[in-house]
Design a protein around this ligand. Structure first.
Ligand SMILES: [Zn+2]
Length: 110
């Protein structure tokens, strides 16, 4: 691991906390909450990770409709800046939380 700053967390796509896992020449960034899951994600078959990532995106999209309903509009241009920020933060959090949950439950086969 390195203590630099460089990119979003592999798992939640939110912040990195200056922690990276090096595989070969490549650095993969993580937040402090997801270091163990970042290692797990990098070690799992890429195809399986892609499936989880896709499912997390689908879940976030499904929840986005409910979030819009909570704001009383489906028109992003009708939202003020704080509402738009809260909406997109929520979508991003839903994606990261779902992917985190899927990775926590993943059991590698040896
Ligand atoms: Zn994270």
């Amino acid at each position: 691991m390195s203590a630099l700053s460089g990119g979003p967390c592999v798992v939640c796509r939110r912040r990195d906390d200056g922690v990276a896992i090096r595989i070969g020449k490549d650095l993969h960034w993580s937040c402090m909450d997801h270091i163990h899951l970042t290692k797990k994600a990098l070690e799992m078959p890429r195809q399986q990770f892609d499936v989880y990532e896709h499912e997390a995106m689908e879940e976030a999209m499904n929840k986005a409709a409910d979030r819009l309903e909570g704001f009383g509009t489906s028109d992003l241009f009708q939202m003020d800046e704080m509402q738009a920020h809260a909406f997109f933060r929520g979508v991003l959090d839903d994606f990261g939380d779902t992917l985190e949950d899927k990775l926590e439950k993943f059991e590698p086969q040896f």
